[in-house]
Design a protein around this ligand. Structure first.
Ligand SMILES: Nc1ncnc2c1ncn2[C@@H]1O[C@H](COP(=O)(O)OP(=O)(O)OP(=O)(O)O)[C@@H](O)[C@H]1O
Ligand SMILES: [Mg+2]
Length: 260
């Protein structure tokens, strides 16, 4: 092959940012030609590898930006430990229909039952499915909004929470919100209503949200919007953390049985 052509092919691939194709083309061509592959088969393979790697790096980039604190996957969730969870409901959520329809999910339950795990698992599924997702705790979101308000940037900050694809707001009700904070929370809920899907987690029943938000009228308005299009998963069970603490060190490292 003419070396000028060879170099042009490589440099054009670099210009077009076809990095995967550029790195594999030489070795793949050698084996493909010796196996008698047609030009169209060779092109198909190279383009497919390029697309797959581009998709994988977009997913990795979105995961990195998502604020997800730990890569918890739903495939690793032990449903046998939490029989109150209807697996059909989780399967339906994993179809991401709720995201397409801009619906909400509320995960309720006491400490350690897997609310954050499921919320993160769904966010990871969403990112793998081509959506963007952002994870925050209620307090960290309110803190960011308060700081933005102090710098006269509240509208911009609210808009960024309103716009993001799937938003996970974890730990609602762990710390009570004063009226100003509750108002900021209402604005996020209201701006996302019927426009973008949100997953909420809380260890408090809906009847306690008036107390959490320091205003029962505001809580009613918040819940009205959240629950209009919503799947509620109410987990009743024991803490998974407690199960781990009950294991002997040997059982724990061997993934053994719970010592009840
Ligand atoms: N059924 C389960 N199968 C596998 N791991 C689980 C299960 N439930 C919880 N875990 C794990 O136990 C730990 C606690 O779960 P998680 O953080 O989701 O609880 P939580 O309901 O959000 O609790 P909290 O209200 O205290 O925030 C995590 O490490 C999580 O991955
Ligand atoms: Mg949690």
């Amino acid at each position: 092959m003419d070396s000028a052509v060879y170099e042009r092919v490589h440099s054009n691939m670099v210009t077009l940012k076809l990095d995967t194709m550029e790195s594999i083309v030489d070795s793949y061509l050698e084996s493909a030609l010796s196996e008698g592959k047609s030009f169209i088969e060779i092109l198909d393979y190279l383009i497919t590898q390029e697309i797959n790697n581009k998709k994988a790096s977009i997913i990795e980039y979105r995961l990195m930006l998502s604020g997800i604190p730990a890569r918890k996957r739903l495939d690793d969730f032990d449903y046998s430990f939490q029989p109150s969870i209807d697996q059909n409901v989780i399967r339906d959520l994993r179809s991401l229909r709720f995201i397409h329809n801009c619906e909400n999910v509320v995960l309720l339950g006491p400490s350690g039952v897997g609310k954050t795990h499921i919320a993160i698992g769904l966010a990871i599924d969403a990112i793998n499915g081509g959506f963007s997702a952002h994870f925050t705790t209620a307090n960290s979101m309110i803190e960011k909004l308060r700081m933005a308000a102090n710098k006269d940037r509240l509208d911009r900050c609210l808009a960024s929470y309103a716009r993001c694809g799937l938003l996970v707001i974890d730990e609602i009700g762990y710390l009570p919100l004063d009226r100003k904070a509750a108002n900021l929370f209402f604005q996020v809920v209201s701006q996302r209503y019927e426009k973008n899907p949100t997953i909420f987690t809380s260890n408090k029943a809906f009847s306690d949200w008036g107390e959490i938000l320091s205003d029962s009228v505001l809580a009613a308005a918040v819940l009205d919007r959240i629950l209009h299009h919503c799947t509620v998963v109410n987990i009743k069970g024991e803490s998974y953390r407690l199960k781990k603490r009950r294991m002997t060190p040997q059982q724990s490292s061997a993934g053994g049985q719970c010592k009840v």
